[in-house]
Design a binder for this molecule. Structure first.
Ligand SMILES: *Cc1c(COP(=O)(O)O)cnc(C)c1O
Length: 470
C-alpha cells in the first residue's frame, strides 16, 4: 500500500489534473454493507480499481480550485504513524499530548501571539467557529450574563439582555453564517459590512453600522477581520480593525484560513499586519501549510478566557496528578470535541523535517507565481484581470476585444468546465459584481511556471474554439 501510494504521488505530473468517473465505477458504490468480508487483499483491490484513479485532483501540479491543500508524502506517512499509535488527544499523560502542546506553542510564537492558548481542529470553519464561541461567552460575561448557563435565550424569570451582533465584510467566508446559526446568535446577528475597491472591509462603513446598531438597541460584541479572503485574496486592514476593537471594547477575531500563513514571510507580513493583535485567530495547516487534510488551528490570546468558554467537569474524567490522566484533559477543555486524533504529529514531523524557512520559501514561491500569472494575463489582449491579486488568488476571464459583454459569463463558465473535464487544469469559478471569473488559488507546492503557461494556453485555446462566445 505504501509503495503504491508513493508511486501514485511521484506520477502525479503524468496524470490528468482530474478525470470524470465512468458510470460503471460510480455503480460500484451502490451496494449495501457486506455481511461476509472479502478479505483485506480484495478490499485493497477495490480501492486501487475504484477509488485511487478518481480523487478530486487537489494533489496535481495544475490544481488551483477553491483553496485546497495539496498534501505531502511525509504528512501522509505521519498520518499513518498517528493512526497506528492511535492515542486519545483529549489530553492525558502521554508523549502525543506533549507533541500537540509543542506544536501549539510553535504556532502561537510564529503568529506573533506567544503564550496564547490553542487547539488543533479539523479546519478553518471549526477554528473560526470556536473563536466566535469564545468571543460570545467572554463578551456576554462583560455584559453581565452567563452565556454558557443561559444561552442566547430570554428567560422569563430574568431581565432580558439585548441581542448580540458581530461584524465582518461581505467577503467573509461562509463559516461565519454557519457559526452564527449554530451558536444561537442567528444569521441576522452577522452584520455584513461593504468592501472598498480592493475588496477590503470599509472601516468607515463599519463605524456607521456600529453607531446605527447601538442606537437601535443591539449590542455589538465582535469584529471578524479576514487575512486572505476566499474570493480575491484581499486582506482587511487588520491593524486598524484591532485599534477599533480596543477602542470599542469588541472582541477581534481574525479568519486567516490560508492568508495567516503569509505572516511567516517577512516580505508578505505587511499585507496581514495586525493579525498578531487578534483576540482569537483561526487558520488552516491543510491549505497553505501544505499538510494533508485535516488540520487547522485556533489560537486564543488569553488562555483563561479560552478554557472559560468550554471547560466542564465530569467525575469519570477527573484529573489527578499521577497516572494516565495526570494533568487532566486540557485539549477537551479548549473546544467541543472530547475524543480527538493525533493531527499534531504531521505538523510536528513536517516542521522538524523541513523547517519553517522552507515553508516560507514555498509560500513566497506561490505568491511569485501568482504575479507571473497576472503578468501573463495583462500581456494578453484576450484576457482580463477582474480583481487586484495581492496574494495568491487571481480572478480573470477570457474577454477578447471582439466579444460581447453579455456573452462572457456563459463563455467563461464553459471554458472552466472544459479545462476541468479535459484534465488540463483545475481552477474554480466565482462571480465578482456580475462578472463570472475563472479563479486560480495557488497554495500548490508542486506547481511550476510551466503549469501556469499550460493553464493560460488552455484558456485561450478553448476560448477560441468556442467561437468567442458567438
Ligand atoms: C477555506 C476557508 C475557510 C474554511 O476553512 P475549512 O478548512 O475549509 O473549514 C474559512 N475562511 C477562509 C478565508 C477560507 O479560505
Amino acid at each position: 500500500m505504501v509503495d503504491d501510494m508513493l508511486a501514485h504521488l511521484s506520477s502525479l505530473r503524468d496524470q490528468p489534473a482530474w478525470r470524470e468517473m465512468p458510470p460503471s465505477v460510480r455503480a460500484a458504490f451502490d451496494g449495501g454493507a457486506p455481511r461476509a468480508g472479502i478479505g483485506a487483499a480484495a478490499a485493497y483491490e477495490a480501492f486501487v480499481r475504484d477509488v485511487l484513479p478518481y480523487p478530486n485532483g487537489n494533489l496535481h501540479p495544475r490544481f488551483f480550485g477553491w483553496v485546497q491543500g495539496n498534501g505531502t508524502p511525509l504528512g501522509m506517512m505521519a498520518d499513518m504513524l498517528a493512526a497506528g499509535l492511535d492515542p486519545h488527544l483529549a489530553g492525558f499523560n502521554h508523549a502525543p499530548a506533549l507533541v500537540e502542546r509543542q506544536v501549539l506553542d510553535w504556532l502561537a510564537a510564529l503568529m506573533g501571539m506567544p503564550g496564547a492558548s490553542g487547539l488543533l481542529v479539523s479546519g478553518g470553519t471549526m477554528a473560526s467557529t470556536l473563536g466566535l464561541a469564545v468571543a460570545r461567552v467572554a463578551k456576554a460575561r462583560d455584559l453581565g450574563f452567563d452565556a454558557r448557563e443561559l444561552g442566547m435565550q430570554q428567560w422569563t424569570d430574568l431581565p432580558s439582555h439585548p441581542p448580540l451582533v458581530f461584524y465582518g465584510s461581505v467577503e467573509t467566508h461562509g463559516w461565519a453564517r454557519k457559526a452564527a446559526e449554530l451558536l444561537g446568535l442567528g444569521n441576522r446577528a452577522f452584520r455584513r459590512v461593504p468592501v472598498d475597491a480592493q475588496y477590503r472591509l470599509d472601516i468607515a462603513a463599519l463605524e456607521r453600522a456600529l453607531d446605527e446598531d447601538r442606537a437601535s438597541g443591539l449590542t455589538p460584541f465582535c469584529v471578524v477581520g479576514t487575512a486572505g479572503t476566499v474570493n480575491t485574496g484581499a486582506s482587511d486592514d487588520l491593524a486598524a480593525l484591532a485599534a477599533l476593537c480596543r477602542r470599542e471594547k469588541l472582541w477581534f477575531h481574525v479568519d486567516g484560513a490560508f492568508g495567516a500563513l503569509a505572516y511567516l514571510s517577512e516580505s508578505l507580513r505587511p499585507l496581514v499586519a495586525g493579525l498578531d493583535q487578534a483576540d482569537s485567530l483561526g487558520f488552516d495547516l491543510h491549505k497553505w501549510g501544505y499538510l494533508p487534510f485535516e488540520c487547522a488551528c485556533v489560537l486564543v490570546r488569553d488562555p483563561a478566557i479560552h478554557t472559560g468558554a468550554f471547560a466542564t467537569t465530569a467525575s469519570y474524567l477527573a484529573g489527578t496528578t499521577r497516572g494516565v490522566i495526570a494533568g487532566g484533559l486540557p485539549f477537551a477543555d479548549r473546544g467541543i470535541e472530547l475524543t480527538r486524533g493525533f493531527k499534531a504529529l504531521k505538523v510536528w514531523m513536517s516542521f522538524m523535517a523541513d523547517g519553517v524557512d522552507k515553508l516560507v520559501r514555498m509560500i513566497e514561491q506561490n505568491v511569485e507565481q501568482t504575479r507571473y500569472l497576472v503578468a501573463r494575463i495583462e500581456a494578453s489582449e484576450d484576457l482580463e484581470l477582474l480583481a487586484p491579486a495581492p496574494l495568491n488568488i487571481v480572478c480573470f476571464r477570457y474577454a477578447p476585444p471582439r466579444a460581447h459583454e453579455s456573452d462572457l459569463n456563459a463563455l467563461n463558465e464553459s471554458i472552466l468546465v472544459l479545462l476541468q473535464e479535459r484534465g488540463i487544469a483545475v481552477p474554480s469559478g466565482t462571480t465578482l459584481g456580475r462578472r463570472f471569473a475563472i479563479r486560480v488559488a495557488n497554495t500548490n507546492h508542486r506547481t511550476r511556471r510551466e503549469d501556469l503557461d499550460t493553464l493560460v494556453r488552455g484558456v485561450l485555446e478553448i476560448g477560441r474554439e468556442l467561437g468567442d462566445g458567438r
